[in-house]
Write a protein that binds this ligand. Structure first.
Ligand SMILES: Nc1ncnc2c1ncn2[C@@H]1O[C@H](COP(=O)(O)OP(=O)(O)OP(=O)(O)O)[C@@H](O)[C@H]1O
Ligand SMILES: [Mg+2]
Length: 599
């Protein structure tokens, strides 16, 4: 309290509410009500983003379901403008249709999946998948309902010869419970099994980097096994046939790793195990904990291994938590994470940039952050028809899902900025992106992706993740630098060759005149030794020429150890043939060649 508040003259504030009157207003908030007010938290903060998020949630679910069932995904995405915008810059009404050939959904589950927030199959397990929260598709349905009043329409079929169901659903936001508006058996003969989701919503259709088409194009880069048909609101039909007939290996579900576990989580795990001993819980519910390791942990923590698990609390619990963090155990199994793979990443990139001149990719070995295994991979496409004078395009992926918003908040973008691309023969303004005809892909695959928010737009800045991303990018950078140098070398040879070819007839004619020999006779050995001249001239030019601005490592950053600052020199100044004369030993060798020419 300040002195002023204590002064006897200060007016006594009038009580506005009592504990009792406040109590009469205190009540539970349903998760649907909460997200109705806070829709931005789930990626529905503006009409354009709402359209992207809706498509994305449905497509991610379809891909997860297909892969889990071992089915090669064949998807249809259709966006239909059902009511035009009142004026050009205003949102209009769209119907989003996403249809898959997945396993389908059993009828009693359909209402809960699509019209109850926080209901799903992926939240309680540690397994790499696109979805993880159990809120995505019902949030999209909720947004549609809020903006158009229309129910979500689901059609699903679980196998050939089985009936298909068509169910219209609304969310009762007060109770966070589904209301079935219509339920009928239908004849869905197009597919043997699968799910079709239809959501009507107020939205805006945009192109560009944050648009739906960009999302789909990036999705096919990271999912070479996906066959996709996209029908845009303009009625264009784009086909993306799959480039790989192989499904990704199934990710292994794992248990929590002792090094990543938090105290509250440990407490819940123990409390949820009545009838079990502490040692049994450690062995059964943790990854990499053998009976011997469990015994060791209990010893370190001074906890009786035979004590009932659900009675452990207070200091004993804290000691057990500490011992779990300190005990030496193997890293979680690498089989829990499924990268795209170096070859398929390149196939994916070729789908998007078929005319690039060079592709490279790297898949790193699995690592661990907070007990969660993860793999980082990077790839790049360079040259060809990619724009020359623009900053490189970054494509960010988490568990094969493109991330299009919040680049500045994302560890992936930061990793691209932090690599010194000048060390790899590219221009890079200080603190900026490399300016080159290049597209960069970074993919983080993990059993749990640490997103910065529920909208799953950006990856949090864990040091372990950032380091791996930079390592992966540098590996790709090194391959690119080798290519850029060898291409520059080949270009120089070609230029020099044509210069020599231009002068040989003149020189041969002059020498022929002096020596009284026919021009053709002189020309022949010149042409035969041409490759040697070109090579000498190139090496000489290489040694002499000053670095060409922007194409060389020009200081800054300390991470270009593998790439020498005085690497390859750029080509000759056009029109000035470099004399085929070299210093030292080379000069002598050269002299020998000249002499033999005149013999
Ligand atoms: N097309 C589909 N085919 C089969 N099952 C589906 C399909 N779409 C959703 N599901 C099931 O419905 C559940 C809920 O989906 P929802 O998108 O709400 O959450 P999620 O995918 O688990 O997590 P997230 O909120 O991160 O997307 C999924 O876990 C899955 O079991
Ligand atoms: Mg989902």
């Amino acid at each position: 309290m300040t002195k002023k508040d204590q002064s006897p003259d200060a007016p006594v504030p009038k009580r506005r509410a009592t504990a009792e009157s406040m109590a009469s207003r205190q009540r539970e908030i349903s998760v649907s009500e909460f997200f109705t007010k806070n829709r931005h938290l789930l990626g529905f903060d503006n009409p354009a983003k709402a359209l992207l998020t809706t498509v994305k949630e449905a497509v991610d679910n379809s891909l997860d379901a297909c892969e889990e069932a071992g089915i090669l995904p064949e998807l249809l995405v259709e966006i239909v403008e059902v009511a035009p915008a009142p004026s050009p810059n205003q949102p209009s009404r769209f119907r989003v249709v996403v249809e898959d050939n997945g396993p389908g959904i059993v009828k009693p589950q359909i209402p809960k999946i699509f019209a109850k927030l926080l209901y799903g199959s992926k939240f309680h397990r540690l397994k790499q998948s696109r979805g993880q929260q159990g809120i995505g598709i019902s949030a999209a349905g909720l947004y549609g309902q809020l903006t158009t009043g229309k129910p979500v329409v689901i059609t699903s079929k679980t196998g050939k010869g089985r009936p298909a169901f068509r169910i219209d659903l609304r969310i009762d936001t007060k109770r966070n419970q589904p209301d079935v508006v219509k339920d009928e058996t239908t004849d869905w003969s197009d597919r043997d099994h699968g799910t079709r989701v239809e959501i009507e919503l107020v939205a805006a259709y945009r192109g560009g980097r944050t648009g739906v088409q960009e999302y789909l194009e990036q999705t096919v880069v990271a999912n070479p096994h996906l066959g996709l048909t996209y029908v845009s609101p303009k009625g264009e039909r784009l086909e993306f046939p799959r480039v790989s007939g192989e499904l990704p290996r199934e990710a292994q579900e794992i248990k929590p790793h002792p090094h990543g576990i938090e105290l509250g989580m440990l407490q819940t795990m123990l409390a949820d195990s009545p009838g079990k001993t502490v040692k049994q819980v450690l062995c059964d519910d943790f990854s990499r904990v053998s009976p011997a390791i469990a015994q060791q942990v209990c010893q370190m923590a001074k906890v009786n291994p035979r004590a009932p698990a659900d009675r452990l609390h207070g200091e004993e619990l804290e000691r057990l938590h500490k011992a779990l963090g300190e005990v030496r155990v193997m890293a979680p199994p690498a089989t829990a994470v499924v990268p795209i793979g170096e070859a398929l990443l390149i196939e994916g990139l070729k789908r998007r940039f078929p005319k690039a001149e060079f592709y490279s990719s790297t898949t790193r070995a699995p690592k661990v952050y907070r007990g969660n295994p993860f793999v980082v991979e990077a790839a790049l496409a360079y040259g060809g028809d990619l724009p020359l004078e623009e900053p490189a395009e970054i494509m960010r992926f988490a568990n094969r899902v493109p991330l299009q918003y919040q680049p500045k908040a994302c560890a992936i973008s930061e990793s691209v900025y932090e690599v010194n691309w000048r060390g790899y023969e590219l221009q890079q303004p200080k603190g900026g992106l490399p300016v080159a005809p290049m597209a960069v892909v970074v993919h983080l695959a993990s059993v749990w992706v640490p997103f910065t928010s529920e909208a799953k737009e950006a990856v949090a800045h864990y040091d372990e993740l950032l380091e791996e991303m930079k390592h992966a990018l540098r590996e790709c950078g090194r391959k690119l630098a080798a290519h850029v140098r060898s291409r520059a070398h080949a270009d120089r040879e070609l230029k020099r060759r044509s210069l020599f070819e231009k002068y040989i007839p003149e020189v041969a004619a002059a020498i022929g005149d002096i020596l009284g020999i026919s021009k053709e006779k002189i020309e022949k050995p010149f042409y035969e030794t041409l490759p040697v001249f070109v090579k000498f001239a190139d090496e000489e030019g290489h040694a002499k020429e000053a670095p060409k601005e922007g194409t060389r490592a020009n200081g800054g950053g300390g991470e270009s150890a593998e790439i020498k600052e005085d690497g390859e020199a750029p080509g000759p100044v056009p029109g000035t043939p470099a004399p085929p004369v070299a210093k030292g030993k080379r000069k002598d060798r050269n002299k020998g060649k000249q002499l033999s020419l005149l013999e």
